[in-house]
Design a protein around this ligand. Structure first.
Ligand code: ADP
Ligand code: MG
Length: 254
């Protein structure tokens, strides 16, 4: 297997990329211009209501701030509105009230692909017909990153998630844990200014989950990624995040 550019790429390079801006700022749309201090995410009185008889109020006036580089966990039982809140922040669900802002800029009119936010799902949702490298390269292709730069970045991301040498592997030849690592590498590749992870470890067995929780935290820290991790597992929340916020019935509690 050919590891293109691998000898030039270290994890340190990767971790510096989002902050130092060079290619990362081209990739992640709407990055703060040089010299301006980022204030991060500010969610105010956010509500999500699904139509029906009666309508379902999934998120009920939630307030949340996440500072740049911070990792926050949303913890709560199934059905309390965690995924709905995350979806509204990322922009795949339209809020019924309130605002989502980054660096003080309201994102109501900013479509999902222009927010510079990434999303990791429980089951990874990898492209089964693409190789590992093809999956990780996806966001970079979308952003028009030139091929050589793409290859270097893909190898750096695979090194970051502990999958050096897996570039040419088929997705079907990976374990569940390896798939989630690929999903993480794919979403980190475009240097998102915020990464939303929705129960990223829930499809894995308990042993692997505990180990990967530590790894995910280290990967997020290493890359300086601002992140919101959703989980229903209190231990996992404590391991992964510096700050744990509890949700119940669409609201933050405690
Ligand atoms: P969690 O992620 O914490 O399990 P969700 O955000 O998925 O919670 O769901 C919150 C509430 O909204 C639940 O009552 C759920 O049934 C409801 N809900 C979620 N998605 C939809 C949808 N697309 N249409 C209608 N109701 C939904
Ligand atoms: Mg959910």
């Amino acid at each position: 297997m050919k590891n293109v550019g691998m000898k030039d790429v270290t994890v340190k390079n990767v971790s510096e990329t989002p902050a130092s801006g060079a290619s990362a700022s081209e990739i992640s749309s709407g990055a703060t211009s040089a010299g301006v201090k980022s204030t991060g995410l500010r969610v105010s009185s956010l509500s999500v209501t699904y139509p029906g008889k009666p309508p379902v109020i999934a998120v009920d006036g939630a307030d949340l701030s996440v500072a740049p580089g911070e990792i926050v966990a949303l913890l709560g039982p199934s059905g309390c509105g965690k995924s709905s809140l995350l979806s509204a922040i990322v922009g795949v669900v339209e809020p019924s009230g309130g605002t989502v802002a980054w660096d003080g800029v309201d994102l109501a009119q900013t479509p999902v692909h222009k927010r510079g936010f990434g999303l990791v799902f429980q089951d990874g949702q990898l492209f089964p017909h693409r190789t590992v490298a093809g999956n990780v390269a996806f966001g970079l292709e979308m952003a028009g990153v030139p091929q050589h730069e793409r290859e270097v970045r893909v190898e750096a991301m695979l090194a970051l998630v502990g999958l050096e040498g897996y570039s040419a592997r088929a997705i079907t030849e990976l374990s569940g844990g390896q798939r989630q690592r690929v999903a993480l590498a794919r979403s980190l590749a475009p240097a998102p200014r915020l990464l939303a992870l929705d129960e990223p470890l829930s499809s894995l067995d308990a042993d692997l989950r505990a180990r990967l929780a530590v790894d995910v935290r280290e990967i997020l820290r290493e890359s300086g990624t601002t992140a919101i991790v959703v989980t229903h597992d209190p231990a996992e929340a404590e391991v992964m995040a510096a700050r744990v916020l509890r949700m119940r019935d669409g609201k933050f509690v405690g």
